[in-house]
Design a protein around this ligand. Sequence first.
Ligand code: 5GP
Length: 176
Amino acid sequence: MEGYELIPRVKAEDLQKRLDELADEINRDYEGKSLMAIGILKGAFMFLADLVRRLSIPVTVDFVRLASYGDSSQTSGTIKITKDIELPIEGQNILLVEDIVDTGLTLDWYLHRLQSYRPASVKVCALIDKFERRQVEVPIDYAGIRMEKGFLVGFGLDFSEKHRNLPGIYEVRFHE
Ligand code: 5GP
């Protein structure tokens, strides 16, 4: 079986600083309003937790779990909901919290679905905007970190369910 190593990409302290900035922006943009943050499981759990604890506006939290068929490292575009949100969406200001946007197919699919529930507004906050393989234009209103490519783990992101607990972001480098 081939091995791999983890190359540091974003230090935990730099991530936390960036989260301060994102939360400041969100607090400003939603001043006088309330927000419903929807985290996309599992990858967004840590990002969402660290983000909402910095928000001073009224916020509710829910989660959705999406599964895409096919190769686990490549989104096929065929997506289904394996755990739906539980709070009503109609009339709410939704902030969709995503771990990483790669091809954009997952986000595009879910954004269309969300619109059918008639929210007051929908914005997207993604920890990582990995733009090289983008296939559909998706709006990312708040992007934590922009990266060109690489398979990333840590801060909620996994490789075969491992490394989600790391406080920083690492790139997986496979040995030949
Ligand atoms: P997209 O539909 O934008 O191609 O893919 C989105 C999903 O693919 C993310 O929510 C994430 O679950 C997974 N993904 C994409 N790139 C990476 C990556 O570099 N590392 C990890 N762990 N997951 C990724």
